[in-house]
Design a protein around this ligand. Structure first.
Ligand code: HEM
Length: 163
């Protein structure tokens, strides 16, 4: 399949070429990508396990969520920035990598799950916030999140192996 002109254009950008031709920049970005992923998923997993009533059940959901959110944002920013540079440097070849495409679809589903949970919690905070064993709605959000982010990890790792 011929590469669409848009991805050729991304691939030929001076920044993409610089990353691609640098001996150390690509592996350094990959390390930063993994670090960002660890910080993001680590902070998200703490909240998910609280929603499942497994950890920190004495801590109100809102307080735990608000305390880890800044860390999650730092992790996401690092993962997205490094991921974008990794992608740009290989855009010509990985634009239709099935593992990468699947990862992006899962990232969108994970974002929808986060948004839907915040809307539901926003409406029911008074009732749910202090519950050590949160309601089924919270458990579904926590389970879906853990499953989606685990799948994103797997598909992210497979990008380099399956094309
Ligand atoms: C924030 C959510 C993200 C997560 C959890 C994630 C997860 C991962 C993981 C676990 C890997 C394997 C890294 C390794 O073991 O070397 C990976 C690789 C990669 N990711 Fe992401 N990623 C995210 C966002 C992005 C974004 C936004 C992009 C591009 C715009 C991206 C592009 C890539 C590329 C190109 C690779 C392949 C690197 C390689 O193996 O050569 N990622 N990702």
């Amino acid at each position: 399949m011929t590469t669409p002109a848009f991805f050729e254009w991304l691939y030929d950008l001076p920044l993409s070429t610089y990353v691609r031709e640098s001996l150390y920049l690509y592996p350094a970005l990959d390390v930063l990508h993994v670090l960002g992923v660890i910080v993001l998923l680590g902070s998200i997993a703490v909240v998910d396990l609280r929603l499942l009533g497994k950890v920190f059940i004495e801590v109100p959901i809102a307080r735990l969520s608000n305390s880890v959110l800044p860390l999650a944002f730092v992790g996401a920013a690092l993962a997205f920035a490094s991921g974008l540079l990794l992608f740009l440097s290989e855009a010509e070849t990985i634009w239709n990598n099935p593992m990468l495409v699947t990862k992006f679809v899962l990232l969108i589903l994970a974002a929808i799950n986060i948004g839907a949970w915040h809307v539901a919690f926003g409406k029911n905070e008074a009732r749910w916030n202090l519950l050590p064993a949160p309601p089924l709605r919270a458990k579904i959000a926590g389970c879906a999140s853990l499953a989606l982010w685990a799948a994103i990890l797997v598909f992210g790792r497979l990008i380099a192996f399956i094309f």
